[in-house]
Design a binder for this molecule. Structure first.
Ligand code: P6P
Length: 343
């Protein structure tokens, strides 16, 4: 529900850590560093549309810096903001094929950060909200040594914290550290994230379904039946859902978290693993939505229980209000599909 007390992100994280005597304050510092990068990315995202108008050359902006593609800018901003705080042993990004080592001159920490720096960045040109998604783990290899791929490839269940920043009509940071989901709105006047949603809970009953219906012909038959079901009504008070899909995962899931709904990016005949990435899109979003009382599955099992095989692997995802995910799971299981259709 909307918050009423004046609370900054930093104070909220510190208050959360006070409840754990063993906490070292490192997670607070890590999340604070992340929020700094988010403020800088928000500034750039919000003036992206002005590049042509303000006469940026496209090579150098008014600060004489190279104007990069926004997602590479966001990636660089995050890696530069996070690589010297002494909290991380390794990072991984949607924009880098391999893991990102902490420079030798910096102290090595006990956390792992995996992120999608700017998901949905193709929507920038049409002014649709986009977002940064992040996931934080404890390292599993020896303290003090450089982090490895093994530190990154952990089940989503092992996440210590996860969150997203949605750059829309306002910039909102939503995170969980395993004790509920909390949202903070950036006040650009003094550059602070202020608590705006405390202990967010996704409505158990969905009213919205979000997926790309242009792929209908390639879907699993059970999904086709489910979508027809949610477009229908009955004489026991069930009303059709509303269809809402902006093509930006962070924006679609953020809306559904507040209003209640289901977001689906399924496997289909063209994409047998779906499109979205496990480590830096589906796992963090699944952690958040489960902490908010919802569910997240790949069509067969919990997203958070999937054993990762590679950094950029794709998984199907059905995520949102419990009643909707329960129902789609029922339709998927009910359909006996012929082998070549098995997804
Ligand atoms: P489609 C954006 O490119 C993205 O990765 C997600 O943010 C979004 O939900 C999805 O892809 C949209 O994909 O195939 O429907 O355009």
């Amino acid at each position: 529900m909307p918050a009423t007390r004046f609370m900054t992100l930093q104070r909220h994280i510190l208050e959360g850590e006070k409840r754990h005597p063993e906490a070292t304050g490192e997670l607070s510092a890590l999340l604070s560093d992340l929020s700094l990068a988010a403020k800088i990315i928000s500034l750039e995202v919000n003036k992206a549309g002005l590049v042509d108008i303000l006469g940026f050359t496209g090579e150098n902006n008014i600060h004489g810096e190279n104007v990069k593609k926004l997602d590479m800018f966001a990636h660089d901003m995050l890696t530069r903001a996070m690589d010297h705080g002494g909290h991380l042993c390794v990072m991984a990004s949607e924009e880098e094929e391999e893991i990102i080592h902490i420079p030798k001159k910096h102290q090595i920490g006990k956390y792992v950060l995996i992120f999608d720096p700017l998901d949905g960045s193709s929507n920038i040109d049409v002014n649709i909200s986009i977002g940064t998604i992040f996931s934080i783990y404890h390292r599993v290899t020896a303290q003090g040594t450089p982090g490895t791929l093994r530190d990154c490839l952990q089940k989503g269940l092992k996440q210590v914290a996860a969150g997203y920043i949605v750059y829309g009509s306002s910039t909102i940071l939503v995170y969980t550290a395993g004790e509920g989901v909390h949202g903070f709105t950036l006040d650009p006047a003094f550059g602070e994230f202020l608590l705006s949603y405390e202990d967010m809970k996704i409505p158990e009953k969905a009213k919205i379904y979000s997926l790309n219906e242009g792929n209908y012909k390639y879907w699993h038959p059970g999904l086709k039946k489910y979508i027809k079901y949610v477009q229908d009504a009955d004489n026991r008070g069930r009303e059709p859902y509303s269809a809402r899909y902006v093509g930006s995962m962070v924006a679609d899931i953020h809306r559904n978290l507040i209003y209640g709904g289901i977001f689906i990016y399924p496997a289909d005949k063209r994409n047998p693993k779906g499109k979205l990435r496990l480590m830096y899109e589906c796992n963090p979003m699944a952690f958040i939505i489960e902490q908010a009382g919802g569910r997240a599955i790949d069509g067969n099992k919990r997203i958070l229980e999937i054993n990762p095989e590679s950094l950029h692997q794709r998984v199907p995802i059905y995520i949102g209000s419990k009643d909707a995910v329960d129902k789609v799971e029922e339709f998927l299981r009910a359909e006996e599909v012929i082998p070549e259709m098995r997804i």
